[in-house]
Structure formats: C-alpha cells, structure tokens
Design a protein around this ligand. Structure first.
Ligand SMILES: [Zn+2]
Length: 408
C-alpha cells in the first residue's frame, strides 16, 4: 500500500506538469504516458499497471472529480491467474495479486448516473493474449488497446462537468483485468458503488484511436435500448461514417453491464494489423479521429439527457447461440464490412490463412462446401472443421475469385 501511495504522489506531479491546453494534445499526452515502455504494457497486477492507475487517479483529482469509494479513487480486487491458459479454474496455490479499478464521480445532483468506462490494462510482455508470432517477451504498449479509451475517459471527465451535461451524474471508471477476462468490470458490476437501478446506461471505450475514413466508427450494442439508433443518428451531425451492431455481448467491458440489464454502447474504431502486438504504439494513433469520436459521444450524451430513461432490451444474438468452433483461419475479420462474405482486415503470422497465401482485403466467400455470407456464416463454417483438417478456401480479391488449399 505504501508503494502505491508513493507512485500516486509521483503520478500527481507528472500529471500536473504535463497538462496541455487543447483536447488533441491532451489525448496525445495521456496515450504517450500510458503506452510508454516504462509502464511495460500495464499488465494487471504489475507495477506498470499500478503507475497507470496512479496516473488516472491523479488526472481525476486534477480535474476535481469526487471520490465515491472508501478506497479513494480506487476499487481494489484480487486477481488470481488461471491454472493454465485453457482452464477456467484459478490457481489457488499462489497468493492473488491486488488489481484496482479507478473511479471518479461528477455529481450534478441528478437521480440518474451514466457510467463511462474504459479498461487501462494491457498484455504486459505478451503472454497468451499476444498475436505476435515471435513470443519473445517484447513489451506490448497497447496505445490503441486501450490507452486511447482511457484518454477519452479523461477528456470526458473534464467535458461532462459543464452545465450542458447537468441532466445526469457521471461515474467515470477505468477498469483493470479486461485482458484477463473482463475482471474489473465484472467486479464492479457485482459490487457496484451506485445502485444499478440509478444507472441510466453505460458507455464503453475500447480501441478508439484508429479512426480511418473508410472504416469510420463502429458502435456495438445499439440493440440494448430501443432509443439508441434514433438517438445516434440524430447526434451524428458531423456525418461520421458509422457501422452499428445490435448485441450487448462482446469481448469488452460493456458486456458486464449489459448482463445486469443496462443499456450499453461500445465505441470502437476497428481491428488492425497491430492489434495485440508490440507494434500497437502511440505514433499510429489518429488524434483528430479521436476528437471526432468525442464530439459524437458528447452529442449522444446530451440527447440522451432529454429522455428520463432508456428502455433496456435484450439483444437477439444472445438467443441464437454463437456456434462453437475450435479452429480459426488466423485473421482479423473486418467487423465494419457490410458486403457478402467475411473481409480480412489483418493476417496473423504463421497461421492457416497466411500459409494459404491469403491477403489483407480478401473477402472469404466459401470454406470447403460451406458458402459464407457474413460473420455468422463464417463462424458456422469454422465449426464444421477440426484441427489438422484440410479443405479449400474461396476468396474474392478485387474482381477475381481465387481458390486455395488450407489446413487448420
Ligand atoms: Zn481492449
């Protein structure tokens, strides 16, 4: 505990010294601090993660946010590593390590609170979550994943104090343990500081630093409240290119809140080739794009303020269960792709797709005998194969259709 107090004190000094004036510069300052090699990839339970937590708490203090927990800006929980990467059981022979969410509150005296969240942990030196072919222990800085989301939180922590947002209170939470399995958000959802009934909705920012003109912004979870789609559309006055998905369940922290019956949205600028690799660095962040995301989010919050409540609804994906599959092509799908098939957004080294000669931009339209019309069809086709199976894969590359042999 002493050590943490010390780190917190250092972080306050740093944060006060480097506070810049405009938003883009502030995004850059936060991301460069969090994604610096010195923090060694902010793996849950490490000193790097503790420094990141201290930095975020210092920013909250600097911005005048109130504390709502007995532990000041922190909410601590114990993290126990799993027995092995494939086990759901934790190793009880080793002592757990302390992990912490960081929380700050903006009290506008409203009865309703909006939860704004982003995870600050990343993969440390790689480990099981890494997609880097050479497992050589390089630092995974996680600038987009998810220093970008934390920078967005810090921006909103300042912005949402203004009178025009006074219709709700805001609980700003930076989660730990996301990469280990949504641990921090799960802990908060089960041990809430504010009663869930008073939480109007939750917004999650996970990877918002790579906006591009062709991909635009992806908003997941629009099916979790009947009002979301209209509200998002009328807020999009700058005509940001948007792709939306319905489901409240996804591989990030909003899932923990959706499962407590709260409307959620997850903002995401898309997967890329540096995802979960040492090359996810701050020099690749689109800071102007982050400002566009921020402006849209602020407008959504303002418009949601005009409604007393949002009507939570369960999303359909969850009823039609996702097919189970044990093999993959080793690609990053383009979730923003709206056409027929599954468009490849990135190829993972040394995996079946790369070995078969597939390329970024290829659209997979058939696997073996199974035609693929989209993401769901892609997962269904994968579920028909086992490790070691050989089959053919048909892709569209430009105007050409190419067929290759592939082995899982
Ligand atoms: Zn993430």
């Amino acid at each position: 505990m002493k050590k943490i107090t010390f780190l917190f004190a250092i972080a306050i000094l740093i944060s006060t010294a480097i506070h810049a004036q405009d938003a883009e510069a502030n995004f850059k300052t936060s991301i460069e601090f969090l994604a610096d090699d010195a923090l060694e990839g902010r793996e849950t339970g490490t000193v790097g993660a503790a420094i990141a937590a201290g930095y975020i708490a210092a920013e909250f203090q600097h911005l005048g946010l109130s504390t709502v927990s007995d532990e000041g800006y922190f909410q601590e929980f114990i993290y126990r590593p799993r027995l092995n990467p494939h086990s759901t059981k934790t190793d009880t022979t080793k002592p757990g390590v302390v992990a912490r969410n960081v929380m700050g509150f903006i009290d506008h005296g409203s009865e309703k609170t909006v939860v704004i969240g982003a995870h600050y942990d990343h993969l440390g030196h790689g480990g099981e979550g890494s997609l880097h072919a050479a497992k050589d222990g390089q630092i995974h800085n996680g600038a987009d994943d998810n220093a970008s989301g934390v920078a967005m939180l810090i921006y909103l922590a300042k912005e949402l104090q203004k009178d025009q947002y006074a219709g709700s209170n805001y609980l700003i939470i930076a989660f730990s343990g996301e990469e280990k399995g949504l641990l921090g958000s799960n802990f908060y959802a089960k041990n809430p500081i504010l009663a869930h009934e008073t939480t109007k909705y939750m917004l999650n920012f996970d990877m918002v630093g790579r906006m591009s003109a062709d991909k635009g912004l992806i908003i997941n979870g629009v099916g979790t409240a009947s009002e979301w789609l209209d509200l998002i559309e009328s807020s999009n006055t700058n005509n940001v290119k948007l792709t939306t998905t319905e489901s409240g369940i996804g591989p990030s922290d909003h899932t923990s809140f959706y499962l407590q019956d709260m409307p959620v949205l997850h903002f995401f600028t898309g997967a890329h080739e540096d995802y979960h690799k040492p090359s996810d660095d701050s020099d690749k962040i689109n800071y102007k794009g982050m400002q566009e995301v921020a402006d849209l989010v602020c407008e959504i919050i303002k418009q949601a303020d005009n409604k007393d409540a949002l009507s939570f609804q369960k999303t359909k994906e969850e009823k039609s269960s996702t097919p189970r599959f044990t093999v993959t092509l080793g690609v990053m799908p383009d979730y923003a792709f709206g056409g027929e098939g599954m468009r490849i957004d990135g190829i993972i080294e040394d995996r079946p797709a790369q070995k078969a000669g597939l390329e970024k931009g290829d659209v997979v339209i058939q696997l073996g005998d199974y035609p693929i019309d989209g993401m769901q069809g892609y997962m269904e086709a994968l579920s028909k194969f086992s490790k070691g199976d050989k089959t053919t894969v048909k892709v569209k590359r430009g105007d050409e259709v190419i067929e290759e042999e592939i082995q899982f």
